[in-house]
Write a protein that binds this ligand. Structure first.
Ligand SMILES: [Zn+2]
Length: 234
């Protein structure tokens, strides 16, 4: 990968999710632009500072450790992404794809990984933007395997099942970036409860990250007029 556009909903999604992969790609000299759709202002905060400021600072520190080239906040309202905001978000992301021309777009799996509705909205809007405006490239959906989600206890409102092995396209061994990934996670110290929840899962220690990958051809049906029947009808 040369240019990666990574799109997530909250500060911490990048490190609690595919942080090892981002670090490996950065080590391979990829230029990674991270878009964080909200500033995470409804997350935990044990300081007197505004939560958004704490979390923005935590994300910028994590991004430095992972080797991410640039971080941009879109300032949508945390916890409030909806059908209406998805339309505006898809338009913004489409313009970013047109100007940045990434060869890889990375976001959450369409089930939101943890079932968080903000994650699902971001995944949908990113998919629509990619499908509509990309000229080439692939979209990587970060997902969890089922053996991981089977070990998740009573955590979050509804934590959907992960994916079976044959549904996952790419498994990346991130052991060579594990130190960076763990350091980046711990930059988000305001979200310590989540760090403890994620790291206690036995599958987390496999040091592997998983993706479903789709190309433009997968997402865009062939244009009419290119198949045999249409040609014959003309
Ligand atoms: Zn999140």
């Amino acid at each position: 990968m040369a240019k990666v556009l990574a799109v997530f909903a909250h500060p911490d999604d990048e490190s609690f999710g595919p942080g090892g992969t981002l670090a490996l790609w950065a080590q391979a000299n990829a230029e990674i632009h991270l878009v964080c759709v909200t500033r995470g202002e409804v997350g935990c905060n044990t300081t007197d500072e505004p939560t958004a400021e704490v979390r923005e600072r935590e994300l910028r520190a994590a991004a430095d450790i992972l080797g991410i080239s640039s971080v941009e906040f879109l300032n949508f309202v945390d916890g409030d992404l909806s059908n209406r905001s998805m339309i505006a978000l898809a338009d913004i992301l489409g313009k970013k794809i047109e100007s940045f021309e990434p060869d890889t777009v990375l976001t959450f799996g369409l089930n939101g990984v943890s079932g968080h509705l903000d994650h699902m909205a971001v995944a949908s809007a990113t998919t629509q933007a990619f499908k509509r405006t990309a000229k080439e490239g692939e979209i990587y959906y970060y997902v969890l395997p089922k053996r991981y989600t089977d070990a998740v206890g009573d955590y979050f409102v509804y934590f959907p099942d992960g994916y079976e092995e044959d549904q996952i396209d790419v498994e990346i061994d991130v052991s060579l970036a594990w130190e960076e990934r763990m350091q980046a996670m711990h930059c988000h110290k305001s979200q310590l409860d989540d760090i403890l929840e994620i790291t206690k899962n036995p599958a987390f220690q496999e040091k592997k990250e998983h993706f479903i990958v789709r190309t433009l051809a997968d997402l865009r049906p062939p244009a009419s007029g290119t198949n045999h029947d249409d040609t014959a009808a003309q």
